[in-house]
Design a binder for this molecule. Structure first.
Ligand code: ZN
Length: 157
């Protein structure tokens, strides 16, 4: 019984893969991409996600905790985003919590792509860019193929 309580306590402390239903369509989208890009995304299901307080200015945060992190999303930011922006926020935070990417971990290998994407700040823009919502303005525009971003995201797993 003591052990059971301990295990339950650990689950509470370290996350339980709990999810607010709000995020389900976006998590399902991520899982669809996993299939399309033929990568194993089993870890996605183990990460908790909910609305809550995040550092000022942030839209979301991944709190790393053993064995898997939990994602906190700012509800006020979320409510201001369109579907595509929500999608990239989810990809970004799961990039941290499920796949272990740090901000700016991913780099486009093609200079040409970099120049198309971010000539003004001369910096690769990708899903794990710390200002992911800047990336969203490209990712969500019709002029740039989402596949560039998703390949970059998934090929490093
Ligand atoms: Zn980040």
């Amino acid at each position: 019984m003591k052990n059971l309580l301990l295990i339950f306590g650990l689950i509470l402390l370290y996350g339980c893969g709990c999810k607010d239903n709000t995020f389900e369509p976006y998590i399902n989208q991520l899982l669809e991409y996993c299939k399309a890009y033929d990568v194993n995304c089993d870890k996605v299901g183990l990460v908790s996600i909910s609305f809550g307080d995040v550092p000022v200015g942030d839209a979301g945060v991944c709190n790393y905790s053993y064995p898997f992190g939990n994602i906190i999303i700012s509800e006020s930011h979320w409510n201001n985003y369109n579907d595509c922006e929500k999608e990239i926020l989810i990809l970004h935070e799961y990039g941290h919590c499920a796949f272990g990417y740090t901000d700016n971990y991913l780099q486009f290998t093609s200079k040409e792509i970099n120049n198309i994407i971010a000539p003004e700040i001369n910096m690769p823009q990708n899903i794990m860019f710390w200002g992911a919502m800047v990336t969203a303005s490209f990712y969500c525009s019709n002029s740039i193929d989402k596949d560039y971003y998703l390949t970059d995201y998934f090929e490093n797993l």
